[in-house]
Design a protein around this ligand. Structure first.
Ligand code: NDP
Ligand code: X2W
Length: 338
């Protein structure tokens, strides 16, 4: 499959360029940035020296000529761009007959109203919201296989949904709101300079109280009320979520463990039981680590991922693999078959 990355100079784009370059069945045929980008015509490895010898390409401006080239040489386009940019670009590539894997939140929610409320813009292609398939790999394999437009899930929702869907599916949750406290490393905010993510300014701190866009995303794909509070932590990559769940009275530890068995054969999910996941355990790796402890009817679930791998580029690669008929974990170094 010939693949193009738009937004290749960003954190998720560069990570995806590396994964695609190392993959036996994928050719990276183009890496693009905006037309007037300060990084146009630079080698990606000049921005990320760790990619020297791994990714050779140059970052090209996304001009009309570039769109013509893409229409000729690509089978699929990965959009590692900001939400509103993805919403503008996806219809163009779909009209060319390309498969589109969008890492932004531009196609994850249901209606224009959601976009006005949580993203602050009017959706210009609301008809695509129904067509888009949510790329939560472990739960949507069949749908992803044939999708033309995949909405790759958000980083925080990936950690939360894999931790909570087994419990929901087993009918163990009460109607109480599930409380999710999450901490992310600073790469989660992207590469662009910003005072809030400046080295001297970052300090462990919550943000987005009651209105972060990942709250409705988690609720939509869990089918349950949540209260989601993200925090920015002073580390580079990784997400750790501590999730407070009221389970039905009388629920046993054995029932909780049994519910997680639905994920037991998934190569990128590691069920830790009563051991506690950490950022250190997942950074630079494509895994989701899930641990839990029960006391009475109060369950605490901890979920950890690398935001740029399972939370973005790694999950995008899993989706690409599925559309090629390959096992979802193909191309991740050192991951054993399930
Ligand atoms: N970082 C993370 O952990 C995660 C990010 N995401 C989502 O993935 C997307 C990318 O995130 P991230 O990698 O962090 O973002 P970055 O800010 O690091 O990178 C954005 C990229 O898009 C390029 N770009 C901006 N405008 C345009 C345009 N009009 N046309 C083409 N390229 C453009 C930028 O280059 P330039 O400005 O020089 O043109 C840059 O290459 C976002 O939607 C983000 O919300 C999802 C999950 C996790
Ligand atoms: C630390 C930080 O700022 N994180 C980002 C979320 C990561 C992300 O890019 O979210 P999407 O998956 O929805 O694109 C934020 O809270 O906006």
């Amino acid at each position: 499959m010939n693949i193009v990355i738009v937004g290749a100079s960003g954190y998720s784009g560069a990570e995806l360029a590396k994964l695609i370059s190392l993959h036996d069945s994928l050719n990276l045929v183009g890496m693009y940035v905006s037309e007037n980008s300060l990084d146009k015509d630079k080698a990606l490895a000049s921005l990320y020296p760790e990619l020297n010898g791994l990714v050779d390409g140059i970052l090209s401006p996304l001009t009309q000529d570039a769109l013509n080239v893409i229409s000729q040489n690509a089978d699929a386009v990965c959009l590692c761009t900001e939400h509103s940019v993805s919403v503008e670009l996806a219809p163009k590539f779909l009209a060319m007959g390309k498969k589109v894997f969008d890492l932004s939140g531009g196609f994850r929610l249901s209606s224009n109203e959601d976009y006005e409320n949580y993203y602050g813009f009017k959706h210009t292609s609301p008809e695509l919201l129904e067509q888009a398939v949510y790329g939560l790999v472990e739960w949507q394999k069949e749908q992803i296989k044939n999708a033309q437009l995949v909405a790759v899930p958000g980083c925080y929702p990936t950690a939360a949904l894999n931790a909570l869907k087994p419990l929901k599916q087993a009918g163990l949750l009460t109607d109480d709101t599930v409380i999710i406290n999450a901490v992310s490393g600073v790469t989660g905010a992207g590469r662009k300079a910003n005072v809030a993510t400046h080295f001297c300014e970052v300090s462990l701190k919550p943000y987005g109280l009651f209105n972060h866009r990942h709250g409705p995303e988690i609720e939509k794909y869990l089918g349950h009320k949540v209260l989601f509070t993200p925090h920015l932590g002073n580390f580079k990559r990784g997400i750790l979520e501590t999730i407070y769940v009221k389970v039905k009275p009388g629920t046993t530890a054995k029932q909780i463990a049994a519910s997680y068995q639905v994920l037991a054969d998934e190569p990128l999910i590691r069920l830790l039981g009563d051991a506690i996941p950490s950022i250190k355990g997942v950074e630079n790796s494509p895994f989701v680590d899930i641990g839990w402890q029960l006391q009475g009817d109060q369950l605490i679930v901890i979920s950890a991922i690398d935001n740029l791998l399972k939370g973005a580029s790694g999950q995008a690669l899993q989706c690409i693999n599925l559309t090629l008929g390959l096992p979802a974990h193909t191309g991740f170094q050192g991951v054993k078959h399930g």
